[in-house]
Design a protein around this ligand. Structure first.
Ligand code: F6R
Length: 632
């Protein structure tokens, strides 16, 4: 095991944190390019091990750019992909054969015979031989020079799920239920995700001369901490990389957020005690010792690595009170500000009393998931609330759902054959396996999601006239992992913001995987507001980030929490429930996966529980927000 020299005993694999995925992939593309050019000069092959999934997409984009604009040639490159679903035909849009063609191979000059991907379509009896041949083929070209890896939330590399041994070779495996649920969106439902896969083994990967594991976004933070900081074991196969002599982990800030050097830097070295870090240390201490903030004593600080903090910012009594007050001041039942009261210690300002509020939801359903109860409060407190959906979310609707919806309408009213619903219905029935949706089907699916969004918002008190569907072109013309933002996306959003001149904007996506819809929506938002700063209204506009995932932010990151009573929470659940096309399509016998509304309900309750443990008032549930400053 090698230590990362900067972080002593904490990090067992050299790990670099980059500003963002694009910066990281620039460096990695440089490494790959250098090797390829050196080998090209001496007419030798470069052997690359490649991954699929969202993570390597920005890298492949950059390699394609270098090929097209800078003449980087892949004629002498040989590739071996990590894995493929089983069983799956190579034409299936979610097969890794298809993925690799679309994301890389169709755009570079690599000869077809240099490409190797496990065959997900071979007969069951032939799988073993095929796997052995795969291993032989890697050996025959002298082994992998560079292996690119992503990491699954189970800790898998390739599809080596927990339980895979260090010496495992290319083989057929059963996918973990968490892996299948993560793939559910791509396959439009977990029941469509194959149960098996063929993957290179951990041993195959470990034989590569150099390994880069990449990860972006908050969702990977926990598993990365375990991979990098805990002893290697087969419960987290990625942790075996600690035994490899030339592995690097390259990640962005959101993915690094659970690492000790980011989360509890005081445990590693002398710390510059910023207000957020102080809050983080004290709230962590309270939760760890199971003592409310106001009951912490000097000894608790000293025994938990916080002696420096108490020396610098103590005594414990006043530090406890300070953090207690800070946390207390994040709680408000008035998310739009409480009129006519002193607001120095409130998260939102009192003036103007009635605010114009714009909620930007990347897709229908994220708004109510993140802030269903808050929307309700904003409306009942007389603010002028507009909810704008940046995309229709049509890509998330399974065909069966669209067929069912259209048949209902066709049966109910005698529809003219030329109507959109009838045309889309016919095209759905005629649709060949794996054919992408035509415009009519996308429109029909968009209509389903828009209808669900209206029904959900009705329960939150939002009138139809205050709902806007922006249908940003990056999404409506793109597909998953192939979204290209253009000026027309920003323009549509700018028009809305200029019309509304909001005092508050709620939005999300900053910490998501860069190729996800929320992350793209965030990029559009950020670029759209560039140039609006000089507008008079902008100077008085506050930006609030919500978190629509089922994992809440850490306490120190939160600037405003809005309580939900039991009734408000159950109303929110009903609102989430309107997004039926997003529910699992079949009950899953072998999985205890929960529906999204259950997970969100749990999340909101957990936050309330954590505030309670700190010694604050006990609420049923809390929705959280973080202030965002456009200049950062
Ligand atoms: C894909 C693969 C997997 C993925 C992992 C992360 O070839 O081997 O290990 O790298 O599941 O997937 P994304 O990048 O989609 O988060």
């Amino acid at each position: 095991m090698k230590n990362n020299k900067n972080f002593g005993e904490w990090e067992r694999i050299p790990t670099e944190i980059f500003a963002d995925a694009d910066t990281a992939v620039q460096s990695l593309a440089n490494e790959i390019e250098e090797l390829v050019r050196i080998r090209n000069q001496v007419s030798e092959k470069t052997v690359l091990g490649l991954a699929t999934g969202s993570t390597p997409v920005p890298l492949y984009k950059e390699l394609i750019r270098r090929h097209k604009e800078e003449g980087l040639s892949f004629k002498n490159v040989v590739t071996f992909n990590l894995d493929e679903y089983y069983p799956i035909v190579p034409e299936h849009p979610e097969s890794y054969h298809c993925f690799m063609r679309q994301q890389l191979f169709d755009h570079i000059d690599i000869p077809a015979e240099n490409i190797h991907i496990p065959d997900g379509n071979c007969d069951r009896e032939e799988v073993l031989q095929m796997c052995q041949n795969y291993e032989e083929a890697i050996k025959a070209v002298g082994g992998l020079d560079i292996q690119i890896l992503g990491i699954g939330r189970t800790g898998h590399i390739g599809f080596n799920e927990p339980g895979s041994s260090l010496s495992s070779q290319t083989r057929l495996v059963t996918l973990d239920s968490l892996t299948r649920s993560d793939a559910a969106k791509d396959f439009l439902g977990e029941y469509n995700v194959p149960r098996h896969a063929i993957t290179m083994g951990v041993g195959t990967i470990m034989n590569a001369r150099k390994i880069y594991l990449l990860a972006w976004g908050r969702a990977k933070a926990e598993i990365l901490k375990q991979t990098i900081e805990e002893s290697p074991s087969d419960t987290i196969p990625a942790s075996f990389l600690q035994n490899h002599s030339d592995t690097r982990i390259w990640i962005d800030g959101a993915a690094a957020s659970e690492l000790t050097r980011r989360k509890s830097p005081w445990l590693i070295s002398f710390t510059d005690w910023t207000p957020r870090l102080v809050r983080s240390a004290v709230t962590d201490l309270s939760l760890k010792t199971k003592k409310p903030l106001l009951k912490l004593v000097e000894k608790d600080y000293q025994e938990n690595g916080l002696a420096d903090l108490i020396t610098e910012k103590g005594p414990a009594y006043s530090l406890n009170i300070r953090i207690f007050n800070e946390m207390q001041h994040t709680i408000t039942g008035w998310p739009g500000g409480k009129p006519k009261v002193e607001d120095t210690h409130r998260p939102e300002r009192a003036q103007p009393e009635q605010k114009r509020v714009v909620i930007l939801s990347p897709e229908p359903s994220e708004d109510v998931r993140a802030m269903g109860a808050t929307i309700n409060r904003l409306i009942s407190q007389k603010h002028d609330v507009t909810v704008a959906y940046l995309t229709s979310g049509s890509l998330g609707v399974p065909d069966e759902e669209a067929i069912r919806g259209s048949e209902l309408i066709i049966d109910a009213i005698n529809l003219d054959e030329s109507s959109l619903v009838a045309v889309a219905h016919k095209k759905l029935l005629d649709k060949k396996a794996f054919e992408p949706d035509c415009q009519e089907i996308r429109k029909l699916k968009a209509t389903i999601r828009k209808n669900e969004a209206r029904a959900a918002l009705k329960l939150c008190g939002v009138k139809n006239g205050n709902i806007q569907f922006l249908d940003l072109p990056f999404y409506e013309k793109g597909k998953y992992r192939q979204f290209n933002i253009t000026e027309s996306d920003m323009k549509r959003l700018r028009i809305l913001l200029m019309q509304k001149q909001p005092h508050q904007v709620f939005f999300t996506g900053a910490f998501a995987d860069p190729s996800s819809v929320p992350s793209k929506a965030f990029q559009v938002m950020k670029q759209a507001i560039l140039g609006l700063e000089s507008e008079e209204w902008f100077k008085d506009c506050w930006f609030w980030q919500f978190n629509a995932s089922n994992k809440e932010w850490e306490l120190p990151q939160i600037d405003m929490v809005v309580p939900c009573s039991p009734d408000e929470l159950s109303k929110k659940v009903q609102a989430m429930y309107q997004h039926r096309s997003q529910m699992q399509q079949l009950p899953l016998v072998d999985s205890n996966r929960k529906e999204i509304w259950e997970l969100i309900q749990e999340k909101n309750r957990n936050t309330a529980n954590r505030y309670d443990l700190l010694g604050m008032a006990e609420y049923e549930a809390l929705e959280c927000f973080r202030r965002w400053y456009p200049s950062t």
